[in-house]
Design a protein around this ligand. Structure first.
Ligand code: FES
Length: 151
């Protein structure tokens, strides 16, 4: 995979105050821009905030929403919380693996889609829940999963 174009990194770094408390907001912005946290960006954050690189990695690895590996253009998340599990999220996940042609927790080889599990997203009344980027699909059935998502 080609190295990401980091030309927007300076703008991102300068968009937030030069304060160690800005570590997570900056990592979130970088994740949003590049769909992962490039190593060079982590080093730049460390320098900008005067935070040890080990601390930057510790925070980056703690949050599931942050990733060291590039995610796909579209992010499909299957809720695996208790309510969704009881309502059949496992069958939904298996059907999505087939229709999207990607295993759970992986990014398709063409880089178009990442499929991953997520813990409760706070919409239990709509279980089982699937998210496509920031859009929530409630009461999602295995048949809908087999038919695919509007990618
Ligand atoms: S368990 Fe799935 S939204 Fe709460």
């Amino acid at each position: 995979m080609a190295a990401p174009d980091l030309s927007a990194l300076t703008e991102i770094l300068q968009s937030r105050p030069q304060d160690p408390g800005e570590l997570l907001p900056l990592l979130t912005l970088i994740q949003g821009r590049y769909r992962h946290l490039p190593e060079e960006a982590l080093k730049a954050v460390s320098r900008r905030l005067a935070v040890p690189l080990a601390r930057v990695y510790a925070v980056a690895s703690f949050y599931r929403a942050l990733s060291f590996k590039p995610k796909g253009d579209r992010l499909v998340r299957v809720c695996c919380g208790t309510a969704c599990h009881l309502k059949g999220s496992q069958a939904v996940a298996e059907a999505l693996e087939k229709s999207l042609e990607v295993k759970m927790g992986a990014t398709r080889s063409d880089g178009k889609v990442t499929l991953e599990p997520v813990n409760c997203v706070g919409a239990c009344a709509l279980a089982p829940v699937v998210m496509l980027d920031d859009f929530v699909y409630g009461k999602f059935s295995g048949a809908e999963a087999a038919a695919g998502l509007p990618l």
